[in-house]
Design a protein around this ligand. Structure first.
Ligand SMILES: [Cu+2]
Length: 744
């Protein structure tokens, strides 16, 4: 069975005539590169003769043509995410076009592949292997991506200084709406690392991957899928982290025959209080949660596939010591069914339709707190409930025509949200108060988007994309309507209809084998989210204010420009990728301060963000490699003439890694500088000092089927506070962790 599984990954087929023909000097070899699994063409694959540095790149139909020189007998075809393919030219008819099938990289122990824009990240292999760590730990190492920390787990992604509704977080392309009005349940909470195939990150508004109007960018968690003909296999992993006494166990089982395949898995985590560096444990920061995931693939006919998937996530108590309450319970059900039609016609490669329904329920309270001792809402218990349903259908088409690659997408989705709270005085003679935080709010969206990439003969790639979004909102709960009518007597409707868009142009040039450069510009308007429009008495832990929504908000505009260069390629010893970007936002949506406790969402003029990310990697030899990355964001609220709040400081990482069959090692230094640019008028923000943390990881392949991982993070037990941690919650101190993974 194991052999069967491996062979499906290792298939490298070349369908070619097996006649022997001498290589004509200076003759041309032409061919097509295809994905072995999906039978789609692979554009951008690197094709060269082994031993010769010059080569070519496949066009968007996967076609290539390369000059053949006598004496070179092997053609090498490589592409990120695929196994390198070697074609022996000796026994090949060079006049007939070659077809080369590339097999997807299989993932010695299912490494998570992280892609950000055009690049696969120089992402540590040893570290990425540990599946028992939370998924956001894997994302923290990416330049341009930061995480908001508010508890022991479930961090919120921040891309280029933007977060919340400015970043689109998707699970397998499905939208998901957190139910907690205090942001305790970001989408990262529902995905376990073991179930991930890859994380697709796009930084900035204009991107080819995921079209949206979100100016920050998007994070798409691509879930692991079962493979046809894979036979029966599985794995069990258990891990322990000393820093929070976290125990976790997970198991996955897969089976696949010719027609159908299934993968099912479960994870359970139980953590105690977190121990910061050189300090006492943070009381009440523990958590308990379980997660199940099932994915079923069915192929009724050659070119059609159905994929049904379900994620169920069930959390018990999750402690939020830096907030005024804890999560008591949270349930999420994420269900989608996807149909893929491969090669419906000559120019259309795939049509994918996905129908989904996601439901999240969230209960929180402060019954475990001493409410008599606090400043905010003293002597009151405030149990809160939140619930969201997100339903949608997307249909995507990938096609090519000549040297144009075309992507079309239609999407309809709706968000329904409700949230309420009770205020119970500790003195039972005082009457309870009831408050609706989201009064049966609905948002309906229709989206049409398209992108075109055009490949020219002299190595230019031009791109254009346009995305139009129609949105309308409803508010149904009577007391909420009455509240908003009173709060905003001047506005004509509480249920506005708006249009959002994003549009962008890009030009890239492969100047030489090792140098690529490009520019992108884009403009867009984001429609306000349901919390921004209708949230009432919403506590924003990031700045400690209670927020009122504003139904009259205008869409927020963002105009962006980016310049990027890539040096080297996956074969060179040294490579680098650098982006420089600027983002000017108009009608910037932020909380406008009313008094000491309250803010109202408003369009607050112009804000400007600018920054860079750079990522260098060096291959020292076949075993050793090294990498470094640095990123920075500068954010200024022009209107208020002060820094934008919660901007990540200059930060980076340096790593050295040894990859080997038995013992792999990695050491890493993570650092951040001080953040002294803080908002003072409109927000109350704390400065943070710089820090450097030293991590060490090892992976030992005990037998072919048993892998042991041992590591230490923050080895020197340094006390530090990440600038994006809520209420300056200190980061984790020295963490010794171990994990044992058995595959069968
Ligand atoms: Cu909550």
């Amino acid at each position: 069975m194991k052999v069967l599984f491996l062979t499906t990954f290792f298939i490298i087929v070349h369908s070619l005539g097996m006649q022997v023909s001498p290589a004509s000097p200076g003759g041309k070899i032409s061919g097509k590169v295809m994905d072995a699994q999906t039978h789609e063409p692979v554009p951008g694959a690197h094709v060269y003769l082994e031993g010769r540095e010059n080569g070519t790149v496949t066009d968007l139909n996967g076609n290539f043509e390369i000059e053949h020189y006598p004496g070179f007998s092997t053609l090498v075809i490589s592409h990120l995410g695929f196994r390198v393919s070697y074609v022996e030219l000796g026994d090949t008819d060079l006049h007939a076009p070659l077809t080369v099938y590339l097999a997807a990289v299989p993932i010695r122990s299912d490494d998570i592949i992280i892609t950000a824009g055009r690049m696969q990240m120089r992402y540590s292999g040893v570290y990425s292997d540990t599946k028992t760590r939370a998924v956001e730990d894997h994302m923290g190492a990416i330049p341009g991506l930061d995480m908001v920390t508010r508890a022991n787990f479930a961090k919120d992604p921040v891309i280029r200084g933007l977060r919340d509704s400015r970043v689109n977080v998707l699970i397998d392309g499905m939208r998901l709406t957190p139910a907690c009005v205090d942001g305790m349940d970001p989408a990262t909470a529902y995905v376990e690392a073991d179930n991930l195939q890859s994380i697709e990150i796009s930084r900035g508004q204009d991107n080819q991957l995921i079209s949206s109007t979100a100016p920050g960018g998007s994070v798409n968690f691509v879930m692991a899928r079962p493979a046809l003909n894979s036979g029966f296999f599985g794995n069990v992993e258990t891990g322990y982290h000393t820093v929070s006494h976290q125990r976790s166990i997970q198991a996955a089982l897969s089976y696949g025959n010719e027609r159908w395949a299934i993968r099912t898995s479960g994870t359970y985590r139980d953590a105690g209080d977190l121990q910061p560096g050189k300090g006492a444990r943070i009381a009440g920061s523990g958590l308990k949660k379980g997660n199940v995931y099932t994915s079923i693939l069915y192929r009724p006919f050659e070119n059609h596939r159905f994929n049904l998937r379900y994620i169920g996530d069930f959390a018990g108590k999750i402690g939020y010591p830096m907030l005024i309450m804890d999560t008591r319970r949270a349930d999420a059900h994420i269900t989608g069914i996807e149909h893929t039609w491969n090669n419906p016609s000559e120019n259309i490669h795939t049509i994918t339709t996905n129908l989904y329904l996601n439901h999240v329920q969230h209960w929180m309270d402060d019954y475990d707190r001493d409410v008599t001792q606090r400043d905010v809402m003293a002597n009151m218990y405030m149990p809160m409930y939140g619930e969201t349903t997100t339903a949608g259908v997307t249909s995507e088409l990938n096609a090519s025509s000549g040297s144009r690659l075309i992507h079309l997408k239609l999407e309809l989705f709706s968000i329904d949200a409700f949230a309420d709270m009770l205020m119970e005085h500790v003195d039972s003679s005082v009457r309870d108060m009831y408050l609706v935080n989201l009064g049966d709010v609905s948002q309906y969206h229709g989206v049409i988007s398209q992108s075109i990439r055009y490949f020219t003969e002299n190595n230019w790639i031009f791109g254009a994309n346009a995305h139009a979004e129609f949105g309308t909102s409803r508010i149904r709960e009577k007391s909420a309507i009455a509240t908003y009518r009173a709060e905003y007597p001047g506005i004509s409707t509480l249920e506005p209809t708006d249009f959002g868009y994003s549009a962008g142009l890009s030009a890239e040039k492969q100047v030489s084998e090792w140098f690529m450069s490009g520019i992108r510009i884009s403009d867009g308007r984001r429609l306000p989210g349901h919390l921004e429009r209708y949230g009432y008495y919403i506590y924003q832990p990031l700045d400690g204010f209670f927020y009122y929504g504003n139904p009259a908000l205008k869409p927020e505009r963002s105009s962006q420009a980016e310049v990027f260069i890539t040096l080297g390629n996956e074969h060179s010893r040294l490579s680098n990728s650098t982006s420089l970007w600027v983002n000017r936002m108009e009608n910037y949506i932020a909380g406008s301060r009313i008094d000491r406790y309250f803010k109202r969402y408003d369009n607050m003029g112009v804000a400007t963000l600018t920054g860079f990310e750079t990522d260098i990697s060096a291959r020292i030899n076949s075993r050793w490699s090294s990498a470094a990355s640095v990123s920075y964001v500068f954010g200024q609220h022009n209107e208020l003439d002060e820094p934008l709040p919660m901007m990540p400081p200059l930060k980076g990482a340096v790593s050295l890694q040894r990859e080997a069959e038995i013992v792999s090692l990695e050491t890493r230094l993570r650092w951040a500088s001080a953040q002294n640019r803080v908002a003072e008028q409109n927000s109350l923000e704390t400065r943070t000092s710089g820090y450097a943390l030293w991590d060490v990881y090892t992976r030992i392949q005990l037998t072919q089927n048993i892998m042991l991982q041992i590591g230490a993070e923050n080895l020197l037990n340094t006390f530090f506070v990440d600038h994006l941690s809520v209420n300056s919650m200190p980061g984790a101190g020295r963490n010794i962790h171990g994990a044992l993974r058995v595959t069968f």
